[in-house]
Design a protein around this ligand. Structure first.
Ligand code: PLP
Length: 363
């Protein structure tokens, strides 16, 4: 979805809550708009927002806003690096992982092409197209995993090979041995980017551990999804130092906002957050998929906070009719016109989805 479309949706009554309306003391309710507005299960956001500890840290961070918060950024980097057995210069902070993704496209493609799965997160292909870089789209395989052999064969001189694991929009996971095969067989000089925006929801093993042996592997993670901080903008790039230095050419050692950094740190330090939210998301997702399956609808085998439904006829009219019922679901990918993406919200969002879907799709 383009920024203009987002703008017009906000203008059409999907307004964001005014700052003064937010009940900051209540950590479990993201905003009053969630109570009265449409069910927003369209952007793979968290229905729970930042954790209580993250909200507290954000308030503390306001007091630091008069100065550049490099200290907080180094603390975040050190904490993350220690947890993953990395050196501090193997972790780089971005104001959202999308920015890191766009910078990776700028740094590693140009004359050399980009290889992407299809359907997948469009940001890298869009960034490449904007610069006239050739993009090779390779269809997911029959299990909706990346077809790594076809991706390898697409262009033996590719500059960047993009993997999204779990994949947005399908939520499906690509087996570890396939990713390792791709890394072992990739052409020299091709950078492999594994986008792990949704990894915390899944049982898949992160590729961060592979960074040590692969100088041309870049892994991205974000605080926008499970950690519920999409509006705070915090993403991490993990790779060997020389690779990250190539990214830095486009970011110039930027620093993220202090409240964001402290909230990220508090989220990492909260040991219960990932297992709790992972379990809640899985329960709500699997209940919804079971409900759809019982009614004859096929869904992707998701391990993320989104999944796709095969509507067996063009999906766009269904998206529009659901919106009329007050349920905003995700978009359609042109290569899969009959499938619609649904994000996993909270209990109430998913109940509203079931009611609206039953009415609209009539089963
Ligand atoms: N990567 C994937 C696969 C995504 O789906 C998204 C956002 O939806 C992003 C990256 C961007 O996330 P961020 O909010 O960290 O920029």
């Amino acid at each position: 979805m383009t920024d203009m479309t987002r703008r017009s949706l906000v203008g059409l009554g999907m307004a964001l809550p005014l700052l003064g309306q937010i009940n900051w003391a209540n950590a479990t309710l993201p905003s009053p708009a969630a109570e009265t507005g449409p069910a927003r299960i369209n952007y793979n956001e968290s229905p729970w927002g930042p954790s209580s500890a993250a909200r507290e840290a954000m308030r503390e961070g306001i007091g630091l806003c008069g100065r550049y918060p490099y200290d907080a950024q180094y603390r975040l980097i050190d904490t993350f690096a220690a947890e993953h057995g990395l050196a501090a210069d193997q972790v780089q902070v971005f104001c959202g992982s999308k920015l890191a993704l766009q910078h990776a496209v700028m740094a590693f493609t140009g004359a050399r092409s980009l290889v992407v799965p299809e359907p997948s997160y469009e940001a890298p292909a869009e960034a490449a197209a904007g610069r006239g870089t050739q993009v090779h789209s390779v269809a997911l395989n029959a299990h909706h995993a990346h077809d790594v052999d076809a991706m390898l064969a697409a262009d033996r001189t590719a500059g960047l090979i993009y993997l999204c694991n779990p994949n947005n929009p399908t939520g499906t996971v690509t087996p570890r041995q396939d990713i390792e095969r791709l890394l072992a067989r990739k052409p020299a000089g091709s950078v492999v980017l594994v986008d792990e925006a949704y990894i915390h929801f899944s049982d898949a093993q992160s590729c961060i551990g592979l960074v040590k042996e692969h100088p041309e592997l870049l892994v991205l993670q974000t605080f926008s999804k499970l950690y519920g901080m999409a509006g705070a903008r915090l993403g991490l790039a993990i790779g060997q130092a020389p690779l990250l230095q190539r990214l830095e050419a486009y970011d110039g050692q930027n620093v993220a906002p202090a409240p964001t950094l402290l909230a990220g740190l508090a989220s990492l330090q909260d040991r219960r957050l990932v297992p709790q939210r992972k379990a809640d998301n899985a329960r709500l997702r699997d209940q919804t998929i079971a409900w759809l399956t019982e009614r004859g609808w096929r869904c992707t085998a998701s391990q993320a906070n989104c999944f796709m439904i095969d509507l067996r006829s063009p999906g766009q009219p269904v998206v529009e009719r659901l919106a009329e019922e007050g349920v905003l679901v995700g978009r359609i990918w042109p290569s899969w016109p009959n499938w619609v993406r649904v994000s996993v919200g909270d209990e109430r969002d998913m109940q509203r989805f079931r009611e609206a879907f039953a009415k609209v799709a009539g089963r």
